[in-house]
Design a binder for this molecule. Structure first.
Ligand code: I3P
Length: 104
């Protein structure tokens, strides 16, 4: 599955506060066990991803209703201790992303 996702890096590897915690919007692509972020949809063809793909093996994914600044947020905790908030374009897309990520 692929589509627009806003992303905020909360915690880095080991659970330390991430250095840059602002929101950015990406074209996200969910492959079998990784979630990749691209500046633009056309970048997927050139394989020019923004940063490393997120390894979803052993990741935990849940809604984040306590984060009230964005309406459709998902909390994604990776096995390496890092954590991201992902904001989907609608409630429907939020549920769809969660279901697909959890299926990993
Ligand atoms: C961050 C930016 C984020 C904010 C984050 C700030 O500053 O304002 O929007 O997150 O707060 O650190 P910068 O752009 O200078 O990196 P929220 O929108 O979630 O508040 P945080 O430190 O509480 O994560």
């Amino acid at each position: 599955m692929e589509g627009t996702l806003e992303r905020k890096h909360k915690l880095q590897l080991g659970g330390k506060k991430a250095a840059s915690r602002g929101w950015n919007s990406y074209h996200a692509v969910l492959y079998r066990h990784t979630l990749c972020f691209y500046q633009d949809r056309k970048d997927t063809l050139r394989s020019s991803a923004c940063g490393l793909p997120l390894n979803l093996t052993g990741a935990e994914c849940s809604p984040a209703p306590e984060y009230t600044k964005k309406p459709n947020c998902i909390r994604l905790r990776l096995r390496d201790g890092s954590e991201y908030l992902l904001n989907a374009s609608s409630r429907f897309m939020m549920k769809k992303w969660m279901m697909k990520i959890q299926a990993n």
